[in-house]
Design a protein around this ligand. Sequence first.
Ligand code: PLP
Length: 377
Amino acid sequence: MIYLDNSATTAMYPEIIDIIKEYAVDNFYNPSALYTKSLDVTKDMKRAKQKIIDILHGSGNIIFTASGTEADNMAVFGVKRFKDCKILVSDIEHSAIYQSVKKLQAQGVLVEFVTVDKYGIVDEDDFISKLTDNVALVSVMHACNETGAINDIERLVKLTRQAAPRALFHSDGVQAVGKIPINLTRLGVDMYTFSAHKFHGMKGVGGLYLKKCVQINPLILGGGQEHGLRSATENVSGIISTAYALNKTYRNLNIDKNKQIISYIAENLQKIVPNMILNTNFERSLSNILSFAIKNTRGEVLVHLLEDKGIIIGTGSACSAQKAHTRVPLALGLSKEYFDGMLRISIDNSTTMEDAEEFVKEFASCYSYLESVMSGN
Ligand code: PLP
């Protein structure tokens, strides 16, 4: 099987099973207890947390959550709002941010959406025009899960500090972590989200980085774990294995190799499908994602035809498994004929050029079959 949907999720590193066993079976102790065995578990957890902060070059703390979605929710709902404040987010934020700000909007909070270009990069002029001094929260994703577009977060943070000094800046880094080197201190963000299953860690483990001195309100109350910001007995195996997965993923990262593979796929797909739109701008995107849209074609059918040949690719949000979402294709400026034909290839560090060649060959055959069916030949 050739798996090309790594932006949806990645395969967990098999060694993590040993880490799970160690902290769920052998050293299963509750980190909040006072005996030595518990204190040892706490130490291991703290070391793992510090390792993640070091790899991401942060200078603050991480609040572990049960997902990237929860960390995004924590950023949106946890920010201390003030009278007549405004929230600013980009047009193509992941639903974890989008649905959260829509809820606040329904409660009367002012929310504004910043437009993006056809590749998903935030329009700086529109951002500046909406950046008024009553902004309490800005949330702009670091890398887009649909197109791979990388936003210039460092610059957007600087603009925010000048025009909206009371604002906290959050960035959803779920797709960026493990794919590009991250320096949270240089980016200057107040809050940053990651999710372990996107870099070969366990599903159900996420985190919100908080820069030193940043204060937010907790969403979950209870025993006061995670500095009182996220009560619940910690997912010790999850936390410790996340540090392991992140370290291994960065050690294996080969951006140049990924770029070669993605360019090879893009060039060949364009030869096979003449009326295709590329949604990925290679100058400013992750090296592992290629998003494209085919006119008047149901991408879903291609996904199933390829699956029959042992190749797994992803669809765009417009034809996601749950329900049709037209928000992102509309924001990218795609016309309706392309909505159903949005597809996404996302590779990881183990994808080879041979995998790419096999994919291109099978894609050509599936596409030609689909064309013949559609034209009735
Ligand atoms: N943010 C982005 C950009 C994502 O791509 C995803 C998952 O696809 C999430 C947030 C949600 O992360 P999780 O699956 O851990 O809830």
